[in-house]
Ligand binder design. Structure first.
Ligand code: FES
Ligand SMILES: [Fe+2]
Length: 425
């Protein structure tokens, strides 16, 4: 009899009544209140730009945007500006004619003008064999080499081989392209990602296509913004509109992650459960029985090849949240993943990009299932993003000196601790 009780899935949930499971797992993590300086200080923000963002591999886009030779996109990264109040640099990420993925500063080597004037986007792809500067017409190949200079004879000792677009370090993990503007990065991308991503090595990111993408610029510190997406404590309140019962049922009313992992270098991952007493409405039930929605598996089991999710085999699995330091979240589930980029603009301004990604639909019902999940997630993201300005307003108000975080807010704490380590190094 007792064995039967032990085998019930709820018996495998953490003993929340008697423990603080994340602190117990990582006793070395101190848990004092967190001073607000890192969220409000302009000097601190400048230190973050110099010691984190200009030193580390930063996510720049996905390989789905560089399928063919000549495909490219432009990514503006405000945080990498050279001066405190300077203009924003952008980067051209290309696949050259030989298939190699490359990244360049988007700056003409004649007199500096931005070469590609495409809008900064986190979606879409263009294709060019050559990039032509609009100012005087210098022409570059999609490998960055300088191909043509109008009236070349009138220059002085011009060596075209030395005036190609300035390259930026570029590396790819799975389907994710990263760049690093440090002339001599202290780590490879693989070293920076570390042991954390080993679980995801077989997750089929390469087969997943962007189905929905949203962006917003909010008056909030970038860490405050990330933190709102890497804990479940807010779900019962913030998401009372979109998902009142899915994640905070009787077994887990505060939507605690069922497990939290933190890693050296700042990465962390969390696993969330769906409440077993959740009763989807008729429509949600219908779409869930037919295809991938936005968490857990399709009930027909058709998405069971999504390996690498739920690394500790937690009961009632819904989705994981992987925090990839410094500014990327990747949330895989059985059927797809959703992602968040957080681009700091100033100490209290952040550009957020959220997306959801599914397999290419094979039948009409796949589209219905995916679209239903996409819209539900969109509405949840809207709920998440509208609280952020209010958080920053309170933190900056002058009325408090610190904030506190509970055991299931250990991912925000680990992000903070890692930022402090790097800024103070
Ligand atoms: S600045 Fe680009 S061609 Fe002159
Ligand atoms: Fe949320």
């Amino acid at each position: 009899m007792s064995t039967q009780v032990e085998n019930r899935p709820e018996a495998r949930l953490p003993d929340w009544e008697n423990t603080r499971p994340t602190k117990d797992r990582y006793p070395e993590i101190d848990t004092p209140p967190i001073p607000i300086e890192a969220y409000v200080s302009e000097d601190f923000f400048e230190a973050e730009r110099e010691k984190i963002f200009k030193k580390m591999w930063l996510y720049a886009g996905r390989m789905e945007r560089l399928q063919r030779p000549g495909d490219y996109f432009v990514n503006t990264m405000e945080v990498l500006r050279t001066k405190k109040d300077g203009t924003y640099p952008s980067f051209i990420i290309t696949r050259d004619d030989h298939g190699q993925v490359r990244a360049f500063y988007n700056a003409c080597k004649h007199r500096g003008t931005k070469v590609c004037w495409d809008e900064s986007e986190s979606w879409g792809t263009s294709n060019r064999k050559y990039f032509t500067c609009r100012f005087h017409g210098w022409v570059y190949g999609n490998d960055g080499s300088l191909k043509h200079v109008p009236d070349e004879d009138q220059f002085f000792d011009l060596n075209k081989a030395e005036r190609g677009l300035t390259p930026v370090h570029c590396a790819v993990w799975k389907d994710f392209i990263f760049i690093n503007v440090d002339p001599s990065p202290s780590q490879t991308l693989k070293e920076q990602l570390g042991e954390h991503v080993a679980n995801l090595k077989d997750f089929p990111f390469e087969r997943l296509r962007k189905t929905g993408i949203w962006t917003a610029t909010m008056n909030v510190n970038w860490k405050v913004a990330i933190d709102a997406f890497q804990e479940g404590y807010h779900v019962a309140t913030v998401h009372a509109g979109t998902m009142p019962d899915a994640f905070n049922g009787s077994l887990n009313p505060y939507c605690r992650p069922t497990s939290i992992r933190v890693y050296p270098g700042g990465n962390r991952s969390l696993t969330f459960m769906v409440s077993p007493d959740y009763k989807p409405d008729e429509l949600e039930m219908w779409v869930r029985q037919r295809g991938a929605n936005w968490y857990a598996a399709a009930e027909d089991g058709s998405t069971n090849d999504f390996v690498g999710v739920n690394p500790e085999n937690d009961p009632f699995f819904a989705f994981d949240c992987h925090g990839i330091f410094p500014n990327l979240l990747v949330d895989p589930f059985m059927g797809g993943f959703y992602g968040h980029e957080f681009w700091p603009i100033s100490v209290n301004k952040t550009r957020w990009v959220g997306s959801i990604n599914f397999l290419t639909p094979e039948k009409p019902s796949d589209i219905l299932s995916n679209e239903h999940g996409k819209i539900l997630l969109r509405d949840a993201f809207r709920e998440d993003t509208v609280t952020l300005d209010a958080s920053q307003e309170g933190i900056e108000s002058g009325g408090l000196t610190d904030v506190v975080m509970c055991d299931h807010e250990m991912a925000p704490r680990h992000l903070y601790n890692t930022v402090m380590e790097k800024v103070n190094s």
